[in-house]
Design a protein around this ligand. Sequence first.
Ligand SMILES: Nc1ncnc2c1ncn2[C@@H]1O[C@H](COP(=O)(O)OP(=O)(O)O)[C@@H](O)[C@H]1O
Ligand SMILES: [Mg+2]
Length: 632
Amino acid sequence: MTGRSVLQSLRFKVAATVVLILAVAMGLVFAVQYRSYRHQMLQRLDLASTPLSDVIKGSLRHAMQTRHLEQVAAIVDNVSRQSGVIKVLILDKKGQIRFSPDRAEIGTRLPLDDPTCQICHRITPENRSKTVMFAAADGGQVFRNVNPIANEPACFGCHGSRDALLGVLISDFSVAGVERRLAVESRQMLLALLLAAGVTAVAMTLMMNRLVVARVERVVDATRLLGRGRLDLAVTVGSRDEIGELATSFNEMVEALRRAKALRERKELLESVLDNIHDAVVVFDAGGTVLALNHGAEVAFGLDADETVGLAPALLGPGQEGLFGRARRAGPVTAELPLARADGGTFPAQVRVALVDLPRSDSAAGHEVAAAGHEVAAASSLAYVAVVRDLTEEKLKERLDEQLAQTEKLAAVGRLAAGLAHELNNPLGNVLMYAKLFEERLDHDDPGAANARRIVDNILRCRTIVRSLLDYARQSEVRIAPTDLNEVVERSMELVAGQVAQRRIACDVALARDLPRVECDARQMQQVLVNLLQNGIEAIEDGHGRLALLTRPSADGAGVVVAVHDSGRGISPENRPHVFEPFYTTKAEGTGLGLAISHGIVERHGGRMWLESVVDGPEHGTTVYVELPVAT
Ligand SMILES: Nc1ncnc2c1ncn2[C@@H]1O[C@H](COP(=O)(O)OP(=O)(O)O)[C@@H](O)[C@H]1O
Ligand SMILES: [Mg+2]
């Protein structure tokens, strides 16, 4: 019993209360018993006193009637000496003492207010008793019997016949004997009562201890252990009384606490798992209100969980309701779509939405659930769980992989082409020389002259191809210098201006001001841009198109981007992967080297090149982007 003194213990209180109650009860019993016993004894004395007095009166009568007054005095003295008798007095009717063992008293009168006189003189006849009790001068109790002496014919001789009463015989008995017996009796009674009280107190205390205190203590001990975090206990207290009910309630409470703890642990585990997965997880209720979101979601959407939970933002885009609907009807759905971030940016994402049954927050341990994290009470038990994967990096990697594969392919083809071109260069030179000689030997009007001209033209074309091939393969001759790309763009435009005007193509040029210089070989970059413009012009139907050129800093500021756009027929998705390959062409007169060479040049500048193309609809056209690093 820690921290509690014996006086405060239930055991002591119970024992003290039992003893106190018994003491009061027994005291009352004793008092009542004592009084009734004393009353009985006095009554017995009372009953016995009158016959005794009559006997004395009888023995006096003879001495009176024979006028032996000295005999009367002797009887009075004699009787007064008997044990239990204090004294006997005879009073005449005037109240004067005529006989008494105490000779000095003889001749005196009892005053009328003496208790003895009150027997006859104050009380109505019907209430008169023959006895009275009073305290003697020495303190002892005196029981006095007052017996009237009637006037009989035998008395007339001396006393005359006028009076009915001649006087009274007073007999005083000692109450000491009665008191002594009473004391002995009451001592025994008290002893018996004390014994009974003791036995009862011990028995009741033991019983209370067994039935109440010990069992309550078991509950108290268990409560104390519970307070220290022990949740694996149950109390058994036997019978099914109030304490049994208390124990049952206690056990139920422990069980509820255990369940709540388990639930909380499971929830914490879940939260930590959720927060440790990279993907974003958002839980919506049936109405689209956000119930919870993990750390991944905070990062992906750029949100603060505390400010988002309880609101209903369309995190999954305008099609959120549709996704929920599909998940509800047909089970989990997966979709790839661009999602918006809080800062206004977007990111490509893969979203998987599933409908789940949530345990309701207002269950038995509801307050526990609501205590931690970013939850609000769920009105409904149905919820949508969205797992969102940010595909930005994946897409980037995909593109890099594609570029890498492309680069490797181009390098291999380049080596092959370079070898081939080198081998072809000399024989081509010879063929050209002989073709020219042959042509010169023919007259102008010779019908073969035109054919010879065609041979020379085609050989020249072959030589251009071979030179291009060699250009493409040549890795070395790059003369890199900080260059203003806007200038390169303008010069390239000038080179194609004639064709643009002739084909009546509209042309927009939007050059960014204060563009940082880039590290590049201006001549080679011009070649790239001319190639791109050439392709654009060739893609546009006569008189129905638009070219657009644009320069701008790259998103991260580390580079400059040039975009060449045309509203031409576009590149079909199946052709798109091949356009950077050497010799890939869809044109009758094409070499298929323009994009391959341009790509090689950009790569060697440490830049990158990509394109977007739309084939169908009014927005058809192609945009080719070139990004070069800013000069440091
Ligand atoms: N702006 C464009 N619009 C439509 N198709 C294009 C465009 N640029 C390139 N292409 C396609 O890519 C192919 C390869 O282009 P390129 O390497 O320049 O070779 P070429 O122009 O000699 O065909 C072209 O034949 C064409 O099919
Ligand atoms: Mg081309």
